[in-house]
Design a protein around this ligand. Structure first.
Ligand code: ZN
Length: 161
């Protein structure tokens, strides 16, 4: 069986940036499972895995346009601290849900000073060329329920939504 649309693919992966810094990895946990061909994962990785076999190992270099997008500097905003409706300390790395012209989006606090907070609405991996090291662990047909939900169910999943 090959990696193709509507198959459930389990992969082990390590993601690094162009400087070799590890950004994410499935090592030490379960393989990551997704439904192929329906946009569960970034387009560049989906394309790199297409047609592969169980046991295949791939190294994919994915530019931002096929990853998490290019950066949009208009999504970086400097706000008055008083605009934050929270009693908690606002710290670098905190994430908030905010409304934007294109709908709800997650913004990350990138700097804080006495009275200004700088937030960034870009995906944390936007603008980064991604280096994926991937091993295909398992390929199976998706169930009808998985296809109608658009995501993978584990062996103990009996949810209804
Ligand atoms: Zn489901």
């Amino acid at each position: 069986m090959r990696v193709a649309k509507n198959k459930v693919i389990s992969i082990e992966y390590t993601l690094t940036d162009p400087q070799g810094k590890e950004l994410d990895s499935s090592r030490g946990g379960n393989p990551f499972a997704y439904v192929h061909g329906i946009g569960n994962i970034i387009p560049g990785l989906e394309a790199a895995l297409e047609g592969k076999l169980q046991g295949d190992q791939i190294n994919a270099v994915i530019p931002p346009e096929n990853g998490y997008g290019t950066r949009d500097e208009t999504l970086v905003q400097h706000l008055d601290r008083s605009q934050f409706d929270t009693e908690d300390d606002i710290q670098v790395g905190m994430q908030f849900h905010a409304m934007s012209e294109s709908g709800p989006r997650v913004v990350t606090v990138v700097s804080v000073d006495m009275d200004k907070v700088t937030i960034d609405g870009n995906h944390p991996l936007a603008g980064i060329t991604l280096h994926f090291d991937v091993v295909v662990k398992e390929i199976r047909d998706a169930t009808g329920e998985e296809l109608s939900h658009g995501h993978v169910h584990g062996p103990d999943d009996h949810h209804h939504h």
